[in-house]
Design a protein around this ligand. Structure first.
Ligand SMILES: Nc1ncnc2c1ncn2[C@@H]1O[C@H](COP(=O)(O)OP(=O)(O)OP(=O)(O)O)[C@@H](O)[C@H]1O
Ligand SMILES: Nc1ncnc2c1ncn2[C@@H]1O[C@H](COP(=O)(O)OP(=O)(O)OP(=O)(O)O)[C@@H](O)[C@H]1O
Ligand SMILES: [Mg+2]
Ligand SMILES: [Mg+2]
Lengths: 227, 227
């Protein structure tokens, strides 16, 4: 479902050019469960932003569902980001002046759902992430781990077929982490593609394939033996 | 150095009152190394904000260095926050329009250091957290783990005697986590008081005492046997 060929991403900064992704080739099949790991600064979030169509590569090709992303119209890209891909940001990116419920419901507004459908589905998702009693809190009235879970909920609300989750359990205690990982495991078992970034080996163990980045390239790519 | 007696903290929200801290009694001696753990939403960050004099309790007493914090003047509190306490926020709280170097140097401006002193010390601190080659990046030009390390650096720059670090390694890979924990271990070995919040048992193992919160109260408080 995802093919990237010789992807690079440079960031100009003052007089320098910082080469963050330095030539990545990858193929991810529909229904895979992948974990990206690697040192801080190795390019994981940058790669996730490219996969999520939130950024474009400096060079190289990204083919999603058989179509070249650089050839897609803005409308096609917006549709993909809203309905096919669910993105959990490393820094959550919640709207500060709206409640947890409204934050989670927002992607459904773009998807054209009615207000009743949005409220019902947003309540269901927030209950699934353990926040049934926090729906009317704004982000600054939530703990770090609660904000993280609102971000997870928002990514899942339109039932996307590709989940991209950047450090989804970084602020969660072990019990709550297990609950969130169970959600992702269920989504994967239903046939969807789940791609995580994590720095915790225990979380990566949920995936069937671990890809390690270092200095903007793939250092290793290992599949688990099937059970 | 820290004594808190029957501390509570309520947050009004609409018609409700949310009781977040429900009666906490604690004593922490100078030079201790303490880790707070507990479920997401149990009140750890709220307690850290009280300890860091960034918030005031709804009821109860906080005695810091033998003085009742509620009796201190605004100037005394500002002095404590700037020179005696180094605070690492769970969500970093960096100034978005200034570089890593400027963010780290900011507490020294309030402390009255000269520009040359600020630059030298800020560079030293950023080198200690592994960001020597990222000093002129702004927060949105840094990875999640790099921002976290800038936040750690800023907390250490005035050489405070009490460190309060809320999830300081939540976004770091294992090797970088070890580097940051080595920093905290050294600060503790120099006689300072280090208080962390973490959800990772391996990080908590660096401390000599683990206090677990649940639903706003202390559930357990265990000291390690001395080596
Ligand atoms: N301003 C506020 N208004 C209402 N409720 C609040 C407010 N701030 C925090 N809370 C609630 O207080 C509780 C404790 O929050 P706190 O941030 O201290 O938790 P925490 O233990 O640090 O959690 P985490 O591990 O997820 O960071 C949470 O349930 C949160 O929803
Ligand atoms: N806009 C930018 N301008 C310059 N450099 C950037 C920019 N954005 C990111 N970088 C650099 O790119 C590198 C990779 O960043 P990225 O966020 O992808 O890392 P990461 O692997 O997700 O790290 P972490 O585990 O700390 O989250 C970092 O060294 C960072 O400083
Ligand atoms: Mg990242
Ligand atoms: Mg917290």
């Amino acid at each position: 479902v995802i093919e990237i060929h010789n992807i690079t991403r440079d960031f100009p900064l003052g007089q320098e050019i910082i080469k963050v992704l330095r030539g990545i080739d990858l193929e991810i099949e529909r229904g895979e469960y992948v974990a990206f790991m690697g040192p801080s600064g190795s390019g994981k979030s940058t790669l996730m932003n490219l996969l999520g169509c939130l950024d474009t590569p400096t060079s190289g090709q990204y083919i999603l569902n058989g179509k070249d992303v650089s050839q897609m119209t803005d409308d096609e890209l917006a549709e993909i980001r809203n309905k096919e891909i669910g993105f959990v940001f490393q820094t959550f990116n919640l709207l500060p002046r709206t409640t947890a419920l409204e934050n989670v419901a927002l992607p459904m507004v773009y998807a054209g759902a009615t207000k009743a459908e949005r409220i019902a589905r947003a309540e269901e998702v927030l209950t699934n992430v353990g926040l049934a009693d926090r729906m009317d809190h704004k982000p600054n009235q939530l703990s770090g781990g609660q904000r993280q879970r609102v971000a997870v909920g928002r990514a899942l609300v339109n039932k996307p077929s590709i989940i991209l989750a950047d450090e989804p359990t970084g602020n969660l205690d072990s019990k709550t982490s297990v609950e969130i990982m169970n959600l992702f495991d269920d989504i994967h078992a239903a046939g969807n593609t789940v791609i995580l970034v994590t720095h915790e080996e225990e979380i990566a163990e949920h995936a069937h394939r671990i890809i390690r980045l270092r200095d903007g390239i793939v250092e290793s790519d290992e599949r688990k033996a099937p059970k």
